[in-house]
Design a protein around this ligand. Structure first.
Ligand code: ATP
Ligand code: MG
Length: 304
């Protein structure tokens, strides 16, 4: 917990001025139980501006639970969650969004038959004219969507085409550009490349890097250590709801990260079992002792 923020309005406002290079989002020993199921426990995670924090883990590891806490869908049941150094507890995703935390879900909330520009402004349409004759400012919305997509390097032939006709990768890119335009400081991407082929994944990774270069702190959830390593500055691996690895890019190689994802001990057991099966070549699989990569913790400096 940081400072006591009780008091009359205004008096505490200076305290909340974010440090430009400090963490935007921080979890300290955070956890979440659903009834008596403990989905997440003792997780530390720090999100800095202009950096990509990758969260990896197998199915059921707790990745979605983690981002649901940060995006305001669920509340943590243990530990601390801080935004700009202040403890928070969001009741709704709207509250997270008001703090600049935007989430792009895998099943994107788009309306397939509506044009690209219309989806770009969905729920935040530009209007013109005085009430009660206020109407949609279509020209300005089209122009802005076009400009914003180009600024991110996304070139679409025709913004009038229904968004449903775009590829999955292109739709992810539109969602990223949209979050950037609407002032996101933290962008959470839940497995944006999971359903994509190699080329489209590459395109999405490019825009993740573009969002980072525009100063956003990106939380990139993925199963894929190769994708993570291409853009990541920090890697956090979850296993059964706890943090198994938290390493800066300089402290870990792609090979070590891949081994962590594969699960050293489980892979060794699998190798032993497969060795009994005829026709399976286990020579290429690593030994258990080769799979214990160093566990590097991020330096706690600057996090009081
Ligand atoms: N609403 C819920 N009620 C009860 N248990 C839940 C709920 N949501 C998740 N869990 C449990 O919490 C654990 C973590 O789930 P979570 O969805 O966070 O994993 P994940 O890493 O996102 O997995 P995946 O890769 O399959 O998406 C699982 O054991 C899951 O069954
Ligand atoms: Mg999930």
């Amino acid at each position: 917990m940081t400072s006591d923020t009780t008091g009359t309005h205004g008096a505490v406002l200076q305290d909340t001025t974010p440090d430009e290079n400090g963490p935007i989002v921080e979890l300290r020993g955070a956890g979440k139980s659903y009834g008596n199921i403990r989905a997440l426990h003792g997780v530390d995670l720090t999100v800095f501006p202009s950096r990509v924090t990758c969260v990896l883990g197998d199915n059921g590891a707790g990745k979605s639970t983690l981002i649901k806490i940060i995006s305001g869908l669920h509340q943590h049941t243990e530990g601390d969650f801080l935004v700009d150094g202040q403890p928070v507890r969001f009741g709704t995703p709207r509250e997270a969004l008001d703090k600049g935390i935007a989430t792009v879900y895998q099943d994107l909330a788009t309306v397939p038959l509506m044009p690209v520009w219309r989806n770009f402004f969905l729920g935040s349409e530009m209007t013109k004219g005085p009430w009660p004759v206020r109407r949609l400012d279509i020209a300005r919305m089209k122009q802005t969507a076009d400009r914003e997509l180009r600024n991110m390097g996304i070139v679409l032939d025709d913004l009038e085409q229904p968004i449903g006709t775009l590829s999955g990768g292109q739709r992810q890119c539109v969602a990223i550009a949209r979050a950037v335009y609407f002032g996101a400081r933290v962008l959470i991407l839940d497995e944006p490349t999971a359903a994509l082929g190699v080329k489209q994944s590459g395109v999405v990774l490019k825009y993740i890097a573009a969002a980072r270069d525009r100063g956003l702190g990106v939380i990139f959830i993925t199963h894929n250590p190769h994708h993570a390593y291409m853009v990541g500055d920090h890697f956090s691996v979850l296993r059964l709801g706890t943090l198994e690895l938290s390493a800066e890019r300089s402290a870990i190689t792609l090979e070590e990260l891949t081994n962590h994802m594969a699960g050293g001990a489980e892979l060794a057991a699998l190798k032993h079992e497969l060795a009994q099966v005829r026709g399976v070549d286990v020579e290429e699989l690593p030994e258990a002792d080769e799979l214990t990569a160093p566990v590097a913790q991020p330096s706690p400096e600057g996090t009081s």
